[in-house]
Write a protein that binds this ligand. Structure first.
Ligand SMILES: CC(=O)N[C@@H](CC(=O)O)C(=O)O
Ligand SMILES: [Zn+2]
Length: 315
């Protein structure tokens, strides 16, 4: 369906969900979604069903990341198809319910766009997380958001990776979009973080409204940071960490980490350097939730993606 201007016709967007509380202690998304459940005027757009939804209410109630297991890793085909029994972890049961309501994952009935609102303790600013480098609709949306927030930046983390990809809550939708804003401590609201998340969602919904209204978005390029590796903390034989993120690296998400740069500061005072052979761009530096995942930061590489022009097809 490509025209001579390399503009692809895509179906109009009909069903949109905004998830908060996938992690119950990430307060911006929890608070915004609860606000919008009470009064949805701010997120209404013509011709669209937009559903704000708390995905892990038990974790929200306890103000904890999860109750039994991380919901944002639970949307595997195995979990989604396992027979429902009493002793399944709460989040696996919940994943099945969410898949029924907003999916099924991979099916034509699935919601068109799902935003999932997260906070990080890392200094990542207002980051968009994408899972698929060939999702031209999402790439165009991100290009729109980047222009709307400029001169502020909107880094894009691309989690597409043969081994490191994980099965997210938003992945039940056709176009999954993570919104990851920090730094904000767990269980805490910070007004600047809250408002930048709110603005990003607003721009994203404006984009969808313009798209449905027939606006043509010309081909564009989008700079992204693609996940390449995970870096764990140095550990002793018992698995306890023996070093912290080095002060030169702390809060330096998205800045180049070059071979030879300090990476960790051991408790005995030694500096541990980055010994890779090329420059990487770390993200999720010293994320609180990742100690248990054995991850001190994520290494990414910069890449420029090309998006087709897009236009809504009238049916
Ligand atoms: C700090 C945090 O929870 N980050 C999210 C990232 C994502 O949504 O892809 C997670 O690990 O699930
Ligand atoms: Zn989260």
């Amino acid at each position: 369906m490509t025209s001579c201007h390399s503009v692809v016709n895509l179906p109009e967007v009909r069903k949109v969900a905004i998830f908060g509380g996938t992690h119950g202690n990430e307060m911006s998304g929890v608070t915004l979604v609860n606000l919008w459940i009470n009064n949805g005027a701010e997120i209404q757009r013509s011709g669209l069903t937009i559903e704000p939804f708390i995905t892990n209410p038990r974790a929200v109630e306890k103000c904890t990341r999860y109750v039994d297991t991380d919901l944002n890793r639970a949307f595997t085909q195995d979990n989604l198809s396992v027979p429902r029994t009493q002793d399944l972890p709460y989040e696996v049961k919940r994943a099945q319910e969410i898949n029924q309501m907003f999916g099924p994952k991979g099916s034509p009935d699935a919601y068109d766009v799902i935003f999932d609102l997260h906070n990080t303790t890392s200094n990542m600013g207002c980051t968009i997380i994408l899972e698929n480098s060939k999702d031209h609709f999402n790439l165009q949306m991100v290009n729109f958001i980047k222009s709307a927030v400029a001169p502020a930046s909107c880094p894009v983390l691309l989690t597409e990776h043969p081994l490191l990809q994980y099965s997210t809550t938003r992945s039940v939708g056709k176009h999954p979009v993570g919104v990851e804003v920090g730094p904000q401590p767990q269980g805490v609201l910070r007004s600047n973080i809250f408002e930048s998340m709110r603005a990003t969602v607003k721009h994203a919904l404006d984009f969808i409204e313009l798209f449905n209204g027939g606006m043509e978005f010309p081909p564009c390029t989008v700079d992204v940071y693609r996940v390449s590796e995970r870096m764990d903390y140095p550990r002793d034989k018992n698995g306890n960490i023996t070093a912290m993120v080095h002060p030169n690296l702390q809060d330096c998400d998205w800045e180049p980490l070059n071979p030879g740069d300090p990476m960790f500061q051991a408790f005995d005072g030694r500096t541990i350097k980055y010994e890779g052979d090329s420059t990487v761009f770390p993200a999720f530096i010293n994320e609180a939730a990742y100690y248990e995942k054995h991850q001190a930061f994520t290494m990414t590489r910069r890449e420029t993606l090309t998006a087709n022009g897009i236009k809504a097809s009238k049916m």
